[in-house]
Design a protein around this ligand. Structure first.
Ligand code: 5AD
Ligand code: SF4
Length: 441
């Protein structure tokens, strides 16, 4: 029997990108991936509900699917990921042409769930399982392109009390993956040509099993050419982790450590568990040990009760910290989160927009000045492939996660980006933008 086609649309964070690979693996004995939605027998939306905007996108994508379902009644339509967990039965009621709703812990059960859906069972299944249910994903998935840089999920869920965040509801309590399994997956990925492994977790530094702490896990991955991890709650970045950053050569000089806000009043209401001063002390310590490290962050503007003064403190924190990249978001009240229950969403939309723009302006100016210091310098780039905006150029990243677009003038004949030995090149930077470096190899 020829394999059927599955189309998966991924929204949201790296964790969702990884979960899509889990879905493909889970379905690989009966389905192959298609990029043509019209040719699909199964359409899955892997969703994100961190902000309301992401949720709206999914509802409209589901709406657009209605004519296809009408044309192909046997088509199975499923929604997985955070929106699924958050809305479960409500979604089935709201969207009549939806067949299946599944949570993050049901990915391995997908073949059965799809089979049931085909037999007319419209169902939502989103409960959390006790155990970490993943298994080696990437390297075993035939129909997923082998990547130069691969994600390896090490911990699911989060138990931090951040009042704005839906993740503890949608991804549940913290479950760390066995040390052996992580090592095995990393080994097979490196064996298959990956030059970079990115360890994933909503709060990755909280990883802990009977066999290893996060620090020990990182230390045991010294065979990976380039090692990264994302995301870090500042309180869980230990002194030992900072020392490992200094001493372990394959660990890249980058840490994504969301500050969220610069005013202590807001940080308290967010229950981020640190003050602005403690955050600044932490990055000072990190930079003292690893001077070249890039520190990136997330910011929320317009959190309930945020005054002009609070917001000015966020701007001043961005400048004080000299972040290498700032991801900024407008506060969006999420169902069931403490901040939605306790506070009113009282910063008007136009003020949120204005504040967001000011964060972008301050950050861009800062990033441009930082990037200008690279002009004339040579940087080591891991080549990821052709540049998105200009296929004549190649793109890749430096160890400290700067995007580099470059012309491969001197690339050897037969240069293959997947070839381990040739995936690292030294690029001379000749000009920069706030978000990338341009150069020549
Ligand atoms: N509103 C706006 N931004 C949010 N984030 C998480 N929850 C919300 C919310 N309710 C942002 C945080 C987090 C990033 C992944 O998304 O900055 O670090
Ligand atoms: Fe959400 Fe991150 Fe806070 Fe966890 S640490 S609750 S994932 S914002």
């Amino acid at each position: 029997m020829s394999p059927k086609n599955v189309f998966i649309k991924t929204y949201g964070c790296q964790m969702n990108v990884y979960d899509t690979q889990r879905m493909l693996k889970s379905l690989s004995s009966h389905y192959q991936m298609t990029e043509d939605i019209e040719a699909a027998d199964v359409v899955l939306f892997n969703t994100c509900s961190v902000r309301e905007k992401a949720e709206h996108k999914i509802m409209s994508a589901l709406g657009e699917l209605k004519p296809l379902k009408k044309k192909k009644p046997y088509l199975v339509v499923g929604v997985g990921g955070c929106v699924a967990t958050q809305n479960a039965d409500k979604l089935l009621k709201k969207v009549p042409h939806l067949d299946l709703v599944f949570g993050v812990d049901q990915i391995e059960d997908l073949p059965q769930l799809i089979h049931n859906a085909k037999n007319g069972q419209r169902k939502s299944e989103t409960s959390f399982k006790q155990e970490y249910s993943f298994y080696a994903v990437n390297s075993l998935v035939e129909n997923v392109p082998k990547l130069v840089s691969s994600f390896v999920s090490v911990i699911q869920g989060c138990e931090k009390p951040c009042t704005f965040c839906i993740v503890p509801t949608t991804r549940g309590f913290e479950k760390s993956r066995s040390h052996q399994e992580v090592i095995q997956e990393a080994r097979s990925l490196v064996g298959a040509g990956s030059c970079e492994i990115v360890l994933l977790g909503q709060n990755v530094n909280a990883y802990r099993t009977k066999e290893a702490t996060f620090e020990e896990l990182v230390a045991s991955l010294d065979f990976v050419p380039r090692l990264r991890y994302i995301t870090s709650h500042p309180n869980d970045v230990s002194d030992e982790m900072i020392r490992i950053h200094r001493d372990q050569k394959n660990l890249c000089e980058h840490i994504h450590m969301p500050i969220q806000a610069g005013s202590n009043r807001t940080l308290k209401r967010m229950v981020r568990l640190y003050s602005r001063e403690e955050y600044m002390d932490k990055i000072k310590k990190i930079r003292e040990e690893v001077s070249t490290i890039a520190i990136t962050t997330d910011i929320i503007v317009g959190f309930p009760g945020e005054t002009d003064q609070d917001f000015e403190e966020t701007l001043s924190a961005i400048e004080e910290a000299q972040f290498d990249h700032v991801f900024a978001f407008k506060y969006s009240p999420r169902p069931g989160t403490p901040s939605k229950e306790k506070f009113s969403d009282d910063v008007p939309e136009n003020l949120k927009n204005e504040r967001l723009q000011r964060v972008f302006d301050v950050s861009e100016k800062m990033h441009l000045a930082q990037n200008q210091s690279y002009v004339g310098k040579k940087v080591e780039v891991l080549v990821e492939g052709p540049s998105k905006n200009n296929p004549k150029k190649l793109t890749g990243r430096t160890r400290n996660n700067k995007i580099v677009n470059f012309i491969g003038k001197n690339l050897p004949d037969g240069f293959k980006i997947k070839n381990n030995a040739k995936s690292f090149v030294n690029v001379v930077i000749h000009d920069v933008t706030p978000h990338s470096l341009n150069g020549c190899y």
